[in-house]
Design a protein around this ligand. Structure first.
Ligand SMILES: [Zn+2]
Length: 288
């Protein structure tokens, strides 16, 4: 999960240019629907990409097919698609917070929302979590929808953390939502976490980080090569680590920040401090 800056693309100009191109298969069929499509773009922007508020645009199956085909093989007028596909793959996935991307995908699926198949504001560089999501965009409950990385400012807030219980070599690990239940987008946040983040490999990732922590604490948090003087010193050290991790990944909901934030729970902090400072423990050895 991460907030992304919106792509700077003149989408109405792009679709108008494409409609005039007599060298592509869609010619001249897009010419009659350019106004309909650009009106759809305007409405999408007015609704700020909110899956509950964006209207579906009615187009013929033929035109829908042309738009999906243009997404697959973008002509020059749609060069923004090619550029977005080349977006840095090593960066955090804005949908689930994993440490990579790898695909360009549609926030509102092109199967149900063909009018937005080539719309830059609907194209999100993401990891395979977005493919796994399929065509899910909204839920049954009030306010349940997926979050939009270009529009939902709350994605820049710290929304989730790992929760460690039954502390030991193999703790019970779950995800907790940090957003206040009174948060105006709480239903959307909870839905997004349930439908996308929880279905990713996040718990496996966090579990691996915990295994590193047990094996040699500095493998998980570099500064733990030295045993902190107190629980407070450990908290300060981990807060610093969390803030650096946030900065390195341009957001607070990447999987590394989710792991470190989980360590800042009061019970975990005390347990970790007790283990680190246990009499006879080698500071350069295993935690347990
Ligand atoms: Zn992802």
């Amino acid at each position: 999960m991460n907030k992304l800056p919106r792509p700077v693309v003149d989408d109405p100009a792009a679709i108008k240019l494409l409609a005039k191109n007599d060298q592509v298969k869609s010619f001249p069929h897009l010419q009659d629907v350019v106004e309909t499509i650009t009106a759809g773009y305007d409405q999408y922007l007015a609704a700020e990409g909110d899956a509950l508020r964006v209207n579906q645009v009615v187009l013929s199956e033929e035109v829908e097919g042309y738009l999906r085909a243009h997404y697959a093989r973008p002509p020059a007028a749609l060069s923004h698609i090619t550029a977005l596909r080349l977006e840095a793959e090593q960066r955090v996935c804005p949908m689930c917070g994993s440490m990579h991307r790898g695909t360009l995908d549609h926030l509102l699926p092109k199967e149900d929302y063909a009018a937005f198949a080539v719309f830059s504001q609907n194209l999100i560089p993401a990891c395979k979590c977005n493919i796994r999501r399929g065509q899910t965009v909204t839920g049954q409950g009030a306010g349940e929808r997926i979050l939009h990385p270009y529009f939902d400012e709350c994605l820049a807030e710290r929304l989730i953390a790992a929760r460690f219980e039954e502390l030991g070599r193999v703790p019970r690990i779950t995800l907790q939502i940090l957003a206040d239940p009174a948060h105006p987008h709480y239903s959307a946040i909870a839905f997004h976490v349930r439908e996308i983040v929880s279905n990713s490999a996040i718990l496996k990732y966090v579990s691996d980080r915990w295994a590193h922590l047990c094996q040699l604490p500095e493998l998980a948090v570099r500064a733990l090569s030295v045993v902190p003087e107190s629980v407070d010193a450990l908290r300060t050290l981990l807060e610093h680590e969390r803030d650096l991790t946030d900065r390195a990944h341009s957001g607070r909901n990447n999987w590394n920040s989710v792991f470190v934030t989980g360590l800042l729970d009061a019970d975990v902090l005390q347990w970790l401090y007790d283990c680190l400072s246990a009499p006879g423990r080698d500071p350069n050895g295993p935690l347990l």
